[in-house]
Design a protein around this ligand. Structure first.
Ligand code: NAD
Length: 296
């Protein structure tokens, strides 16, 4: 059986359309334009690409984009001052500090200085706690995108066996919380998991967020399972640079019922969900109804 391809690129376009529609209504009916501020410290080339892309898509959705570029040797005090200024700016509804930060800056301290209501990355400890206790929170963008695609494909996820490979704070852990929230039976696997193939073979849903190219072969996949590949790995093959996921796409697609490709799967959903979170934060800040289908 050939797997159905879950087209994240197309799905992200529908999310961005919904966001843009909601932004237009907020402007017309309430005179409010949602605003997203992105803070970039240093000159990491990959971060610069992400920040540019975030700014462009924010503007395309009709929102205001504010970029704060700071030198690599910026002090913690100066960065905290910028975050504080954004926390107090009523035109800014979402704040994102691009990670990783230069080594001399304490990431936890900086992230936890963001107003949790504006924390559109969902990394603030308050949002982590709210998500973990099933309360309304800001949800990390990549796992939110995965959840949206799974709900779209399956409808209800209730009672399904889900295995998340990877336990990072950014992807693995919040992904597991979201699946638990949708009543899956969730296993979090990681680098010390015993007999990973056996654990993965039990899963109706496999979310791979490891950062190891093509680590999951097809024979670990239960016939008909849904495979969500979060991994983005740059490799060289046949003398060419190539982007591959954490699962071996060809062999997994032979056994899976549905699978996300890399590129064009989870990747495009991440920024779409950042835009969705910004609109959600803006609605909450103004006591307005949240857009449907854009939150967990
Ligand atoms: P991370 O390095 O923080 O965490 C990786 C996790 O994988 C760890 O919890 C570790 O225990 C686990 N792991 C490592 N080796 C393993 C093994 N052999 N078996 C089982 N588990 C193992 O990574 P991360 O930030 O969670 O990112 C994971 C991947 O997802 C990376 O490829 C990253 O580029 C990608 N990513 C993609 C997006 C997106 O927008 N699509 C967003 C974030 C991360």
């Amino acid at each position: 059986m050939a797997a159905q391809i879950i087209d994240g690129k197309a799905f992200a376009a529908t999310v961005r359309e919904k966001v843009a529609g909601h932004v237009a209504r907020l402007k017309e009916e309430n005179g409010i334009t949602p605003g997203l501020a992105v803070v970039l410290v240093g000159e990491d080339p990959a971060s610069q690409v992400y920040v540019r892309s975030k700014g462009k898509q924010t503007v395309e959705a009709g929102m205001n984009s504010y970029e704060h570029k700071m030198d690599a040797d910026t002090s913690e005090e100066d960065l905290l001052a910028v975050v504080n200024q954004l926390n107090n700016d009523p035109n800014v509804h979402g704040i994102l500090v691009q990670l990783p930060l230069p080594a001399h800056l304490n990431e936890d301290l900086i992230i936890n200085s963001i107003d949790p209501a504006k924390d559109v990355d969902g990394f603030h400890i308050s949002n982590v706690g709210l998500l973990g206790t099933g309360q309304k929170s800001m949800v990390p963008c990549t796992p939110l995108g995965c959840l949206m695609m799974l709900r779209d494909h399956h409808g209800s996820l209730s009672g399904m066996d889900a295995v998340v490979i990877g336990r990072s704070n950014i992807v693995g852990k919040p992904m597991a919380q979201l699946l638990l929230g949708d009543s899956c039976t969730v296993t979090i696997a990681h680098s010390r998991t015993k007999d990973l193939p056996d654990v993965v073979r039990r899963a109706d849903i496999v979310v791979a967020a490891v950062g190891r190219p093509e680590m999951v072969p097809g024979d670990w996949i239960k016939e008909g399972a849904t495979v969500i590949d979060v991994g983005i790995n740059r490799i060289e093959r046949d003398g060419k640079n190539k982007l591959v996921g954490d699962v071996d796409y060809a062999s997994c697609a032979e056994r899976a019922g549905a699978i996300t490709p890399v590129p064009g799967g989870v990747g495009p959903m991440t920024i779409a969900c950042l835009l969705a979170n910004t609109v959600t934060a803006c609605c909450r800040a103004n006591g307005l109804a949240e857009p449907e289908g854009l939150t967990a």
